[in-house]
Design a protein around this ligand. Structure first.
Ligand code: MGD
Ligand code: MGD
Ligand code: MO
Length: 773
């Protein structure tokens, strides 16, 4: 059963008061440079002070330092790192955590929950670091301090009172360490549920599903070296200048080594075109490195059609030049289903491709020629590909083309989904997954001696539905900001509020703390940059990057408060209070020494044998990936699978537009650092809609007009987000863009990808209405 659609959702949370100064300037055509360094220093000094700034920025991404929590881009090999191995946005993430301001019990005494609900997301996060465990008990108007032990008991009491463990939900945001993740999933399963929704469900789930089906492993197949050695890099649906700035260094190296770059995006993102590397004099002076050689300004959701056209054109090129385009030997030895695929794409409807992509056939041929003439292709993608209804099919279509040319398991080539949260991939490896394999559960049983539940748990969409319907009533969030990150804010917020208990393990105040259950806990955690002295010893944690490299991370800064506890310690405390002190799992021992957790990871998690020793080595180790390592494909057939998907052209009724929701340069997901989006020319405001001049003309609007966005769902329901300023921008006709999370009220909960159930954050049908102010 699905929750009742909301016809008119208010703005959640309120708009920041500073947004009235919104200003628009020319968009930029290059990324990083001197300005980026200046900005990261200014912000860092203001928020953290001089000593902490120096300490944090110099130990970031170093072998004996902490892993930057801003994205999952890999670090160079130990000997090849710069003294300052960070980017502007990584520095922002670090200063955000190093914030000198504090959210204390006095703060909560002063601000009622009702008051906090009326504050903007930016305001909430700007109040500083959380310092004390806090509780709001049934009927209370304010959060009040609570001791750690009482907090753990409260969770235990609620969990033990549920009639089924499946009435509890254990959400994870991708910043949690491997140790915290392993303990968390173990606790959920020992308690009796696989309800482990996570931010992957909203992020690269489509990648994990598509790759698992096609090549047998749901992870990318490249190393950083492969990027450096590639002769063609394709970047689709990704804005690296903002979201993975250190990727620009890898692209620069690749360009110097002779690579070409093909970018596919509805928007001409600055970071796709030119990189002014702040590590080099050339970059600082603004000469920089040109990146994309070709740019396909594709219509939203045109990628499936584009990759079918690439397959079609590669087959045609092979016909003209036999033996020189396809890798026949690879196809023969390592793949299944070539004939059916070839028949399907040979018969392609060109007009449909042109309609879906908005590109000319000539542009597509030119790009296909780049593929046909390259020997080492790395294919990168992110949210512009995964957050669509047909995302899984699109990803498999990209794999089809890689298989045609044998671009998996050879140097300089491969599939490169670029992950988001710094440890989102590691959390999955550790078993944070509502549908984890039976073999993983068997290993838990064999190691710990209890029988884990076998029934699949709820993903993020199902979690909201279960709360909305009253089938789930305890929500625990290990990091993250579920109320803002999830689609359909007007359904998600009341769903959280229906819970008997919500528990948020967090570093800063956010909206999910104020749309809380009847009983609500805020448990303040240590961040990645901070010293962790749990159990009286200096503890380290481990993380896995987007390229399956696993390594240690330890913070050096003084914790933001004396009462803060590590995520591992908090989770072990909850587990003991729920399951009893003499449980089959030695929770106290785990919290006292994380090596004891690592020993178990080594015995349970595939590929992590001898984990404790391997992560103790400088630089860590890389997890096995059979397709990458030996062209072995662990699919049912033992071969990589070509797949056939129908060519889809998503169409829009008259006067309607497709909205994509994306990140500004000044945010980390739901955390709004500031109100600028420098590369796109937006200053002091976030409620903007990027729209083409053609659409402005056709719809009778002008740049600067204020509009309301109304989304239309197939069941006839409508959702609204009010008062956005139209900004004339370079985007294909019919395709508009606005920031997330402000646009989440527009995305119906039922609007998710086939196969992966990832919300369709990049494709929402809307109409514009003039705003009356
Ligand atoms: N500073 C910073 N770093 C971050 C984050 C952050 O918020 N701030 N978030 C982290 C996380 S969790 C993630 S998942 C990543 C996100 O990294 P990205 O995926 O780069 O994030 P988005 O801003 O969603 O950008 C999506 C891009 O896809 C394009 N796009 C949209 N629709 C389509 C389409 O149909 N086809 C194609 N080809 N392109 C399309 C958009 O124009 C945009 O350039 O970044 C991570 N790193
Ligand atoms: N419309 C739309 N919606 C989207 C997306 C989109 O592109 N468009 N993107 C989706 C994607 S890709 C993702 S990954 C999700 C993100 O969803 P989440 O991961 O749930 O959200 P974040 O904004 O990253 O979480 C921020 C909060 O995490 C907490 N936090 C930060 N650091 C730590 C830490 O070290 N420990 C702990 N315990 N807590 C910490 C802070 O309290 C902070 O307020 O959003 C998704 N939602
Ligand atoms: Mo993400």
């Amino acid at each position: 059963m699905s929750p009742t659609p909301v016809n008119s959702a208010p703005i959640h949370p309120p708009v920041d008061t500073e947004e009235s100064d919104l200003r628009v300037s020319e968009r930029k055509t290059s990324a990083a440079g001197a300005k980026a360094v200046a900005i990261s220093m200014k912000r860092s000094l203001a928020e953290q002070g001089v000593v902490k700034t120096a300490k944090n920025l110099l130990t970031m991404n170093q072998v004996d330092g902490f892993d930057c929590m801003s994205c999952a881009w890999p670090d160079p090999a130990p000997g090849e790192r710069h003294t300052a191995e960070f980017c502007e946005n990584g520095a922002k993430a670090v200063s955000w955590e190093g914030d000198r301001r504090r959210v204390t019990p006095e703060f909560f005494a002063e601000h009622s929950i009702a008051d906090l609900r009326d504050r903007s997301a930016h305001w909430l996060e700007s109040q500083g670091r959380l310092t004390h465990p806090m509780v709001r008990r049934a009927g209370g108007t304010h959060y009040e301090p609570i001791s750690w032990d009482d907090a753990f008991d409260l969770v235990g009491t609620h969990l033990r009172a549920l009639s089924s463990p499946d009435e509890a939900l254990f959400y994870t945001s991708g910043r949690a360490s491997n140790e915290a993740a392993f303990v968390y999933q173990l606790f959920a399963r020992a308690y009796g549920t696989n309800n482990l929704p996570d931010c992957s469900n909203m992020c690269h789930e489509s990648t994990s599903v598509g790759l698992a089906e096609a090549i047998g492993v749901g992870k990318g197949s490249v190393s950083l070296q492969d990027l450096h050695d590639a002769d063609l890099i394709v970047i689709s649906g990704q804005n690296p200048g903002t979201n993975h700035p250190r990727m620009l260094s890898a692209l620069e190296t690749a360009k110097k080594n002779g690579a070409r770059i093909l970018a596919v995006n509805p928007l001409p993102e600055a970071g796709l075109f030119k990189f002014d590397n702040p590590q080099t004099p050339r970059g600082m002076s603004g000469i920089g490195t040109h990146l994309a050689d070709e740019f396909l300004q594709i219509r939203s959701n045109g990628d499936l059609a584009l990759w079918q056209a690439f397959g079609h054109l590669l087959l045609a090129a092979e016909d003209r030049n036999p033996g020189n385009v396809l890798d026949r030997d690879f196809i023969e030895r390592h793949t299944n289903g070539f004939e059916a695929y070839a028949a399907h794409v040979k018969d392609l409807d060109r007009d449909a491709v042109v309609a879906a992509t908005g590109l000319t056939w000539g542009e597509i041929e030119k790009a296909a020629e780049m593929l046909a003439t390259s020997k080492r292709i790395v294919n990168c993608w992110a949210m512009g590909i995964t957050q669509h209804r047909n995302a899984v099919a699109t990803i498999k279509e990209m794999v089809n083309v890689a298989l045609l040319q044998g671009m998996i398991g050879k140097p300089g080539a491969g599939l490169c989904p670029v992950r988001g949260h710094s440890n989102v991939q590691g959390d999955r490896t550790m078993g944070i997954w509502e549908r984890v394999a039976d073999s993983f559960l068997d290993a838990i049983r064999d190691e710990f001696g209890f029988e884990p539940p076998r029934e699949h748990g709820h993903d993020s969409v199902a979690a909201v539905q279960a709360m909305a319907d009253g089938r789930a009533s305890v929500f625990v969030g290990l990091g993250g900001n579920f109320s803002q990150a999830m689609s359909d804010t007007g359904v998600t917020e009341p769903a959280l509020e229906r819970c008997a208990l919500t528990v948020q393990i967090s570093t800063k105040l956010n909206r999910s703390h104020v749309v809380a259950g009847t009983d609500a806990l805020i448990l303040p955690a240590l961040g990645r940059t901070e010293k962790d002295l749990t159990g009286g010893r200096a503890q380290r944690v481990t993380v896995e990057d987007s390229m399956s490299a696993v390594h240690a991370s330890h913070g050096r800064s003084e914790p933001a408060g004396e009462l803060l506890r590590s995520e591992v310690d908090i989770l072990c405390g909850i587990a003991r209070a729920t399951l009893g002190a003499d449980h089959l799992v030695p929770w106290a021992e785990f919290a006292a020494d994380y090596d004891r957790i690592r020993d178990r990871i080594g015995r349970v998690v595939p590929g992590c044998e001898a984990y404790t020793e391997k992560v103790a080595r400088s630089g860590g180790f890389t997890l096995a990936h059979p397709p990458r390592d030996s062209r072995t494909f662990p699919t049912a057939s033992g071969k990589a699978e070509f797949t056939v998907s129908p060519l889809e052209v998503l169409t829009l009724p008259e006067g309607r537009l497709v909205l994509q929701s994306l990140r500004s340069h000044d945010q980390f997901n739901t955390t709004i650092y500031g109100l600028d989006d420098r590369y796109r020319g937006i200053h002091s405001g976030r409620r903007v809609v990027f729209i083409s001049d053609a659409d402005l003309r056709e719809l009778g609007f002008a740049d600067g007009d204020r509009v309301n966005l109304v989304s239309e769902w197939t069941d006839g329901s409508e959702r609204r987000a009010d008062d956005f300023r139209l900004v004339s921008y370079s985007t294909p006709k019919g395709c508009i863009a606005a920031y997330y999370p402000e646009t989440n009220p527009l995305i119906p909960l039922e609007s998710y990808a086939d196969g992966s159930r990832c919300p369709t954050s990049k494709w929402v049908q809307v109409r514009l209405e003039p705003a009356t102010r």
